[in-house]
Design a protein around this ligand. Structure first.
Ligand code: FUB
Length: 452
């Protein structure tokens, strides 16, 4: 086995199993928020916080509840590995073990080590009455084991640490304390090396969750910002990591799913920039149980950031031979197509696409899913998981509504979900956008599509 293969095997062997998805949200089976993403040695690592439903010993059932951190990694932003818990509230000496407030973390590499920064309520002890500390845990690898320091960083308190390493190797810590802050760190990564600077010039509105990065010589201090009712994502730019910064406006609007918070990070991978953020996709009625999403991000020629519109489809290509979750659509007919949970009692089961008709309407019902990789070999069969009480007809086409017909399904009326398989009528190779059309029937529900 080559070294890289052995490394990937070891990474996978140490990982816990949880369902991760190529579409948004990317982490299934558990909640995740405040994603801090970095590229280490060509592999993407995401350090989110971990929302959980409040256990019996935590009184605030209507608030954030977070006891530990996982790390996830991927080399293509589509196939993810969960490396399991790296730090928890019970094993950090200074942390209040009943606090359930392990909020937004970050991690970065410096001088051969990985430094994981996290905020948490402090255990009352000699000289410390409580309050939030910002701690550090150190590892030889990006996925742990991380060994927590005995004490948090001295002289600061607050939440949402972000660690930025400049091109010359100088580390900076950004965080949310009394306003948005930034300070230089000493080379040991554990002590401040400058007075904290407060970021000024931001129009009135609550701010938190900073993420600091550099592109083409400019520094970007980015943060959630309540302009109106909920958090948007906004930013400032500067020529120096400690500022002065100039406010530039928003790059994501507040969520349409009524998630009060948002929290984000940026990476560049193979020349493409990506935005990691969170909404509350799996928990529409309780926005303290959030989920991490990724979307493409673009800059204008003058370095300003273009607005990002959250998508269900997310990023990357999806293999035709995997279960293509068509409900994570790229586009759809304006009317008569909707998405709903498969099981509203257990939302992690995911969603279904619903296509319906009324007798007066003749417009086609369709839904499309971009970037499906059909590979280079002929695919013979197409399968859909489908449900229709009265029956109908479904067509799968490539590239456009009038593109080549890949498969046609007669869906019999049935009370239960069923998998229907047909021979592929025309096989395509390479990456194509997939269109699903309801060509007959009044109500058809589709879970996924798959080719073999
Ligand atoms: O996740 C808890 C808090 O909510 C974070 O620290 C904030 O940034 C907000 O996302």
């Amino acid at each position: 086995m080559k070294l890289k293969t052995i490394a990937i095997f070891l990474i996978a062997a140490c990982a816990a199993t949880v369902s991760l998805s190529a579409q948004n949200p990317i982490i299934k089976g558990q909640f995740s928020a405040d994603p801090s993403a970095h590229v280490f040695n060509g592999r993407v690592y995401v350090y989110p916080s971990h929302d959980i439903p409040a256990p019996a010993d935590y009184a605030r059932k209507d608030w954030f509840c977070m006891a530990d951190y996982h790390v996830y990694s991927s080399d293509n932003l589509v196939d993810w590995v969960d490396h399991g818990v790296i730090v928890d509230q019970w094993s950090v000496p200074w942390v209040n073990a009943a606090g359930y407030s392990m909020w937004a973390p970050d991690c970065n590499y410096h001088n051969g080590k990985y430094y994981f920064y996290f905020p948490a309520p402090q255990k009352p002890r000699e000289g410390v009455r409580g309050g939030n500390g910002i701690g550090v845990a150190i590892s030889d690898t990006p996925y742990g084991p991380f060994i927590p320091e005995e004490q948090p960083i001295q002289g600061i308190g607050g939440i949402d640490p972000c660690i930025f390493i400049d091109d010359d190797g100088t580390p900076y810590l950004a965080w949310s304390g009394r306003g948005l802050q930034v300070a230089r760190l000493k080379d040991n990564m554990l002590e401040l090396d400058s007075e904290p600077v407060t970021i000024s010039g931001i129009p009135r509105g609550m701010t938190e969750g900073p993420f600091l990065f550099k592109r083409n010589g400019k520094y970007y201090y980015t943060f959630p910002w309540v302009e109106d009712a909920r958090e948007t994502l906004a930013y400032c730019m500067a020529d120096n990591p400690l500022g002065p910064y100039e406010f530039k406006g928003k790059f994501m609007e507040q969520s349409e799913t009524i998630c009060w918070t948002n929290h984000h990070s940026f990476i560049e991978l193979d020349g493409q920039w990506y935005l990691f953020y969170h909404h509350n996709d799996y928990s529409p009625y309780f926005d303290k149980n959030r989920s991490v999403c990724i979307d493409y991000l673009y800059f204008n020629p003058d370095g300003t950031i273009q607005m990002v519109t959250p998508t269900l489809r997310g990023v990357g290509t999806t293999k035709a031979t995997s279960l293509i979750q068509i409900d994570r659509y790229s586009n759809k007919s304006e009317q008569y197509v909707a998405v709903d949970f498969l099981n509203s009692e257990y939302t992690f089961d995911g969603w279904k696409a619903i296509l319906w008709n009324t007798t007066q309407e003749t417009e086609p019902r369709w839904i499309s899913y971009d970037r499906v990789d059909f590979g280079q070999n002929k695919l013979n069969t197409a399968t859909i998981r489908v449900h229709s009480l009265a029956g109908g007809k479904i067509e799968l086409r490539a590239d456009a509504l009038d593109g080549p017909v890949l498969a046609s399904f007669n869906v019999p009326g049935e009370a239960v979900w069923a998998e229907r398989t047909v021979q592929v009528s025309e096989s395509v190779r390479g990456v194509h956008n997939l269109y699903l059309l309801m060509t007959d029937g009044n109500h058809v529900e589709v879970d996924w599509v798959n080719f073999k």
